[in-house]
Design a protein around this ligand. Sequence first.
Ligand SMILES: NC(=O)c1ccc[n+]([C@@H]2O[C@H](COP(=O)([O-])OP(=O)(O)OC[C@H]3O[C@@H](n4cnc5c(N)ncnc54)[C@H](OP(=O)(O)O)[C@@H]3O)[C@@H](O)[C@H]2O)c1
Length: 262
Amino acid sequence: MLKDKVAVIYGAGGAIGGAVARAFAREGARLFLTGRRRPPVEAVAREVVAAGGSAEASEVDALDERAVDEHLRIVIDQAGRVDISFNAVGIPGTKILGVPLVELDVEQFSRPITTYATSYFLIARQAARRMVANKSGVILTATTQHSRMGLPLSGGYGPAMAAEEALTRVLSAELAPQGIRVVGLRPQAVPETGTLKEAFEARARVSGMTWEQFQELLASRTHPRRLMTLAEVANVAVFMASDNASGMTGTTVNLTMGSLDD
Ligand SMILES: NC(=O)c1ccc[n+]([C@@H]2O[C@H](COP(=O)([O-])OP(=O)(O)OC[C@H]3O[C@@H](n4cnc5c(N)ncnc54)[C@H](OP(=O)(O)O)[C@@H]3O)[C@@H](O)[C@H]2O)c1
């Protein structure tokens, strides 16, 4: 589905970024994987190459526009173009969740908003500047249902996710006339990820819930009464990045399995 597409993934050493990298490679994409720290990104790249795919690892801070720009220059030099940009940047929930809003420090509130919205903005516009030359490209990001639901003890995380989804719409309105699609994915919680364990730990301190009870509570809100796998998220990412999804732009795909009505 992605044969010979050139894809750049930010936060590729993380759970979602790594899963998307493996799925993109399986479908034939040429990968340029980046992350804040090099070792986890290198581990994913080695895995992709060992499975017969193509991947290069680089250290790129997605909040540093010059670093993003310089890396894309290298991608263009080596591959000639960028077809797909996937934002999987995430920050540890331990630093931003679990504190009631009335007690939340301003820096702790604004950190997710600044980090998520700004990194997505910088990545997207740097990718778009390259994609307009070919009048083609796909910019993707990942958010969560906190964007649209009043979930307690989430601090600035919900506002950050809502900002990303708004940015997806605005980017698409400006870029789609130039052949660039912009699409978000809003997956249900994924138990395989450290992110969900951190979200649990932040709440467990207050609620006394066990890990199993936490997963059961989240699963009970879905129609199939279960949570999502990383492979399921990555498979939708492949489709959205492919030309088969040419009719999708300016929207966030609701992967909450019924937890959140459209
Ligand atoms: N996990 C879930 O259940 C789930 C469900 C729905 C949506 N999502 C969303 O998916 C995204 C990724 O989540 P995840 O679970 O994959 O998180 P994760 O495993 O913590 O991965 C996030 C990655 O982002 C990297 N990163 C952080 N700051 C960066 C920066 N400034 N520049 C470049 N890379 C940076 C991290 O690198 P370091 O480790 O070096 O900091 C890490 O590799 C988030 O937006 C999250 O909200 C997750």
